[in-house]
Structures are given as C-alpha cells and as structure tokens.
Write a protein that binds this ligand. Structure first.
Ligand code: BGC
Length: 813
C-alpha cells in the first residue's frame, strides 16, 4: 500500500478538524450558515455564498472543475514589501511559515503566517442573519514596524448560477455596482425585476477599491497575481457590465506585537417593491446599513460568534455518548450529527461535487435526511415534512425534486420514481416518535402546491401506501417506474441515444412490467410502521387493510423474490431476474438485501441469515460493501445508467455508503452485533481518517456518497463528499440500532446490538421535555436486554415510558 500522508487531525475538545497542510488531496470544505444564508468554504478559503437557493440566488461566483482546482473564493492579499501572500495559501501559493485551517461547527478559521506577520480569519454566518462575517486579525509578531497593504476580494455572481455560466451575450452588459464609503454594493438586475442586492463591507476606512475584475486582475493575469495587488495600487475602478467584483484596499501599519481586527461583511438584502430606491437609480441602503451596524465592531462579532457556539452546544447536547472509544464518540457526538444538519439544509444541492444548479431538494433524499435531523430542531423537521408532502400528486406519486426557494416541484425531472411515496411515511413516523406530536397528521396539505387541493397529511400517507399497492407487477411485486432508490437502475428506459436522460426517458413505459425487490422491502418496513401508527390513532380498519397488503407483499417476496442464497434485486421489463445467480454479472445487489432483512422477510425460513452471510461473502471488501457484484463490464440497455459506469464506481459496484447501513441495521435486527460493528467501522470516517487520508482523498471528517469498490482502479478512493443520505443513515444506525436508543410513541425503546468486545457506556438523551442518562452494561452480549431499571425501579419490556424531568436508566444485557 502506498504511503499515507497525513494532512490534519481531529481536535475533539474544540469540535474541530485541524488541517495543517493546505495541499490536501482535494479541497476539504466546510459549510457556514444554518437557515437562509449559506456559504461553502474550502481549506484555502475557496467556495461561494448564496441565499436559500444555490441556483437562483447565488451571491458570489464559483467555477467548478477549474484549473487550478478550487479557484475563486474570499481572498485576502497581504502585500508586505515585495512579498504577496494569502492566509489560506491560495491563490498566490506563496510558501507560508505557518498554515492552519480549523473547520468547526458552522465556522472556519484560517491562519497563515509569513515574515513575522500573522493573518487569521474567522468565517461564519451569524444565526438569523443574512451575511457572512470574515473577521480578519492581523498581528505583527516581528521586532520591527510593519507597513502592509491589504486587499480583499470577492467576485459577484449575476444571481442565477446557471445563466451566469452560459448567457454571456447578455451577462457582459448587465453588471452594476455602487460604492459608498467602505461598502461595495452589487445591484445587477436590481433596476428591473430583482428586489435584492448584495454588499461587501469593511468596518474601517479604505484607501481605495476595485469593482471591475479586468481592471483589478488584468486580462492576462490570474487570481494569483492581480495587477492591482502586485503593484500595490488599487485602481478605484467602477464596474459597468463585464464581471463586477468587490475589493477593498487598506493600508495597515503595525508596531511590533501590535494586532488589528477588521470585520468584513458579505451581506444580502431584500427590499419591498415600492421601497427599492432612495433616488432614481440609487438603491435603498437602509437595511444594509442596519445590518452593518449590528456587526461593525470586534465585540459585536465576538458576541454573535458566541451565540452560534452556544447554539451548537445545545444541539449537540441532545444525544451524547461516552464509550471510551474516541473514534466512535467523536463521530456520534460531533461530526455525524453535524453532517446530518448540513444534509438537512442542503439536501443534494450544493457541494464541491453538486454544482448547485441541478438538483434542488430530493423527495426521498429529504425524507431520509429527517431521521438524522429530527432530534435536533423538530419544528424545522415538521415544516420540511409539510413542504415535501405539498409536492405530492393526488395519486400518491410525487415530484422527485423541488426547488428550495419556491418549494415547487421541479418539472424537468418530474415524477415516476416509485419508491418516493414510501419515504414520506418513513420521515413522518420518525418525526412523531421523536416529538409525540400527532397533530401533524391533521395538517391540511395541498397536492402539487395547488391551493384548494388540501387534504390531511394522514391522507397523504394513505395514498402513499396505496400508490405502491396500485402499482404491482406480474409477480405482485412493486413496479419500479423510472427507478427506485437506485436512480441508475432504469428498467424502462432502453436508451441508445447519448443525449437522453436515463432518469426521464421512458421509451417503454406502456405496459411496463419491471418490478423492484427493494421497494418490496421498503414497503414492508414502512407498511409495518404505518399499521402501528394507524392502531395508535384508532384507525383499526385501516390498520387491518394495510396489514393484509403487507402480508401479501411478504408472501410475494418469499415466492418470487428469493434466489436461494439472497434476495433478487428486480425483474426487468421482460420479466427476467436481476441480481440472481443465473445472471452473468451483478448476481447480487445490496439494496434488496438491506431492505428485505430490515423487513425480516423469511427470517424463520433462514432467508435473513443467508442474505446477510451473502453480503459478507460477495459484497464486503476492505473499504465497505459494494453495491453489486460482480460489476457490470458492458452497457446493458435494458438496465440503463447503472451499467454505464466503469467497474467499481458509483452505482456499478462502488461502495455506495448510503446503503451499507441498511445491511448493518439488518444485522442488528438479526442480533449479529459483531458483523454489524465490523461493517459500520469500515465506513466510519474516523477509522478511515486514521489509515487512508491520501487514498480516501476527500474530507476525512464526514462520509462521502461513494468509495471506489473492489473492482475499481483505485479501491478506497472517495468521491462526492458531504451531501449524501449516508449521514442520516449512519446516525440512525448507530444511535438507534447499535447503541440502541430508539424513540417510540410512548417512550424510548432500548435495544442495543453490539460487538462482544463492547464495554459499559453511557448515553445522555434529551427527549421531549425529559433527559435520560442511560448506563448500558453489555456483559459481553451482542443483543438482548435482560433488565432495565428507571430511577431504580424495574421496567417491564424494553420501552422506558416517557415522563418529564431527569431520569437515570440502568440496562443489563
Ligand atoms: C441520489 C439519491 C439516490 C442515490 C442512488 C443519489 O445521488 O440523491 O436520491 O437514491 O443517488 O442512486
């Protein structure tokens, strides 16, 4: 194995990942912002900001897949004599005497030192504010007085990130700015329909500025050597069209030992239509000035930062574990929960792999993200459920994606993904179990956002179940539609045209027969949940009706979905088996093993155990479990996109981390703690971090969507970090199934599944208006709770009944 260099380490006490070498194998990023204003920031200060929607309200420009990589961002240039450098090393790449980037909970601090000067920048988005703060501290650590020239830099995006990259015949003529004091305002398209503008401000007098990119940089230069900076002379340029930017110029003199703070603010403002202007052509700056006034001193900024940190303390105090295993504790207590918040906020819209222009919020994605987030801020989860359900159609189908700004279904992709409806039950049940708030079921929710079409949320759940039952195929298994969870298994597409989308083309939709075993398992799992919910709210008839459908599905799987050693994956359009020993390639797939074992289909007949064993035998490798095995080696037009990928990547036998937890939960339900743990540890970032920083390539503090599988050219190489359902599934798996603390309607169910080596551990869990300190004694057992006491009194069964206040729970296994 090649030598694995290290680029950083965890600092658990500060809940930070500390990057000590700017030349990470790939930009290692962080997310700033919690609700409306968001930023992506790399370890060299690259990235961009947007308001709510990375496509429609992109504030600063970013060029994906650029050369060099990760160019453009919020840059500070320090000119000290003839040396020009940046605290984050890029873009000048002047070798630094010291470099450090600390990614924390919604903030990033980047520090560079050169020739006796330290520049440290704290980046964060204050709670409830529409701005990014950049607090720059310059310190003279040398023995002589330093006269420095400081240039800031941001490049504006012309708002719509998609057209910003393509419609240059228009774009080059629309750019407009205003400059007033130390604030540069970006007002492109404000003269017409936009009611929003952005600004970049610094809380100090400036000695110059630039707003025209070409003037500042020079047409034949780069961000690494802008003319204005290299000469140490701002041009005071005023942009008219072309590419507007914002750069402040400040002369700073620092005595030995002296330190100075500068607060830079990148802000976003919306005005009412009739209050847009203060004079003809002059934007109304009242709100911008008010926002600036809230954050114009170091003290005010420090206070806002404290508020943010306290907010994160509270969020991370809801579920805390102490096992004595640092690698487990830091993921459970810090990074996994943090990633869950980020995926909840962004779904799959904006990362360094998701360009922010394409995908909006996914229906199934956002429902799954809920299980990782619902314990953190239940009211936001509640709103999300309503938003998602509002994009459903009257027949139970749904838009596959919707735009976060408009909350409207996305017509480009449409619907027809037949697993989508089931996930609404998954998300809603998780919400009710966490909160005990059954009233959500009575909320009136429209179809396709049409006013007047409202029915209760419960009705939406009912038609979701019915959508599956009404769309069964020849084996009485669920029809797959365009695709199920695996967007790339396109059994009704049949495409020879490279210009067609595998997801939206359905050349053979008439009379389709393709069926999915994954939806079958998903239907049984969510169907059982639905039945239990119906019983809970007194709908006995509905419970009985659905129980019959669930039982029928179980029978159909046993009869037509079992291949001898594992569950089939699907039937294709012609009724041929997919994921069978009879197939030449891709004999076994992970999704149906996960869902059918979670559903315990055929457990008594030994199917579950055999399926789990087959996962170990055929899917498992050093870095996790691959999606299918063996990989497809050629394009099969009846299967679609899955076979378009080279072996070992993405849905073609990559380790698609999202679905590993399904099998792990299957293992937990079956009581196989050793196997569950070994699968889990393989994809747990903290374990990967220790061994494979170079090979893994992407951020070592969060899960990525896909790690190259055993058939790939570089097994173990990660891609598509941050925005993946893996976050919520890893959380659900470890918090509820491994550590075994599971919210339920009337209390908390305690049922861990552990490796034999597990030691005593304690989980502190805030739940509704109670807090439970739960001490678990595994006694060498993998599964099975023998005795629970609540505040010293024995409890019958495994559910500790909910009551307000503080409680101590003792669990013997
Ligand atoms: C999508 C998911 C999908 C998964 C597997 C992800 O990129 O966001 O919705 O289930 O890929 O295809």
């Amino acid at each position: 194995m090649e030598e694995q260099k290290r680029y950083g380490h965890f600092d658990d006490q500060h809940r930070e990942y500390v990057i000590t070498d700017p030349q990470t194998p790939w930009p290692w990023i962080n997310y700033l912002g919690n609700e409306d204003f968001f930023s992506l920031i790399s370890n060299t200060a690259g990235g961009y900001s947007f308001y709510k929607d990375a496509k429609f309200r992109r504030i600063t420009r970013y060029r994906y897949n650029n050369v060099p990589m990760d160019n453009g961002g919020r840059y500070f240039y320090v000119k000290d004599g003839d040396t020009v450098w940046n605290p984050g090393w890029k873009p000048c790449k002047t070798p630094l005497d010291f470099y450090e980037c600390r990614h924390g909970m919604s903030y990033t601090r980047i520090t560079g030192r050169k020739n006796g000067v330290e520049a440290s920048v704290l980046f964060f988005v204050p709670l409830k504010k529409w701005c990014e703060v950049q607090k720059l501290t310059l310190t003279n650590q040398s023995q002589e007085t330093k006269s420095l020239k400081l240039f800031s830099f941001e490049e504006w995006c012309l708002w719509n990130a998609a057209t910003d990259m393509e419609n240059f015949q228009r774009n080059f003529s629309t750019g407009e700015v205003e400059i007033e004091g130390s604030t540069i305002y970006h007002k492109t398209e404000y003269r017409e329909r936009r009611n929003h503008y952005a600004f970049y401000h610094v809380n100090a007098p400036i000695q110059g500025f630039d707003t025209d990119r070409e003037t500042f940089v020079g047409l034949y230069n780069e961000f690494a050597n802008p003319d204005a900076v290299m000469e140490g002379k701002p041009r005071n340029s005023h942009a008219h069209g072309w590419s507007p930017i914002a750069s402040h110029y400040i002369e700073v003199t620092l005595a030995p030992g002296e330190s100075k703070d500068f607060v830079f603010l990148l802000g976003y403002i919306e005005n009412e239509q009739d209050e847009k202007f203060s004079a003809p052509q002059v934007i109304n700056k009242t709100k911008a000035k008010a926002l600036i006034a809230e954050l114009d001193t170091t003290e005010k900024v420090d206070r806002a930062f404290d508020v943010l940190c306290t907010y994160w303390d509270a969020l991370l105090n809801i579920y805390k574990v102490k096992t004595g295993n640092d690698k487990l504790d830091r993921m459970v207590n810090i990074w996994n929960q943090y990633q869950c918040m980020v995926t909840f906020n962004f779904s799959r819209s904006a990362s360094f792999f998701e360009s922010g222009v394409g995908r909006g919020m996914g229906f199934r994605d956002s429902n799954q993200d809920l299980v990782g987030f619902v314990h953190q801020i239940p009211p936001r989860a509640r709103q999300r459920i309503i938003d998602i359900a509002s994009t459903q159609f009257p027949d139970g189908g749904c838009y596959h994606q919707y735009q976060p700004l408009t909350k409207r279904g996305n017509n480009d992709i449409g619907g027809g993904f037949n697993d989508d409806p089931c996930w609404l039950i998954f998300g809603t049940v998780a919400y009710i179990k966490e909160t005990g708030d059954f009233s959500i079921l009575d909320e009136m929710v429209p179809f396709d956002n049409q006013p007047g079409s409202e029915v209760t949320l419960f009705e939406h759940l009912k038609i979701s179940m019915d959508h599956v039952i009404k769309n069964l195929g020849p084996h009485m298994l669920p029809l797959i539609g365009r695709a199920d969870w695996n967007d790339c298994l396109n059994l009704n597409c049949f495409s020879w045209d490279p210009n067609e989308s595998f997801q939206t083309t359905e050349n053979v939709s008439e009379g389709t027969k393709a069926e999915s075993l994954m939806i079958a398992g998903l239907f049984v799992v969510t169907g059982k949940d639905y039945v239990a919910l119906c019983k809970k709210i007194g709908k006995a008839d509905e419970a009985e009706r659905m129980q019959k459908a669930v039982d029928a599905m179980i029978e159909a799987v046993k009869k037509h979905g079992w291949d001898g050693e594992w569950y089939l994956r699907a039937y294709d359009f012609y009724g041929r088996k997919i994921g069978s020993n009879e197939c030449e390639e891709a004999k076994i797939f992970i999704e149906s093993q996960g869902w059918c074992t979670m559903a315990e289909i055929g457990a008594e007949e030994g199917m579950v155990a055999k399926s789990l064993d087959s996962c170990k035998k055929y899917l498992e490798c050093e870095h996790g479990m691959v999606l299918n095995n063996p990989a497809f080696t050629r394009y099969i037009y009846e299967y679609g996109e899955i076979s378009s990928y080279p072996e070992g990547y993405k849905e073609n036998a990559g380790i698609f981390c999202h679905n590993n937890p399904w099998v792990i939960i299957g293992e937990c339900i079956a009581g196989r703690g050793n196997d569950a743990w070994s699968h889990y540890a393989k994809i747990l970032p903290s374990y990967v971090e220790e061994k494979y920083q170079t090979l893994h390539k992407v951020e070592p503090y969060v899960n990525c969507q896909m790690v190259a599988g055993k058939d790939a050219f570089r097994p173990g190489e990660g891609k598509n970090s941050w925005l993946t359902g893996t976050a919520a599934w890893m959380w659900y798996t470890v918090s509820e199934f491994i550590l075994g603390i599971k919210p339920d309607y009337d209390g908390i169910r305690i049922d861990p599944c552990l490796p034999e080596t597990a030691k005593d551990y304690t989980v502190t869990r805030k739940f509704r208006e109670a807090e439970y300190v739960i001490n678990i004694h595994p006694n060498g057992q993998q599964k099975g709770v023998k005795q629970i006491t609540l505040d010293g009194n024995p409890v019958d069964g495994t559910v500790i009944p909910y009551s307000k206040g503080k409680h101590t729970v003792d669990v013997q296994m």
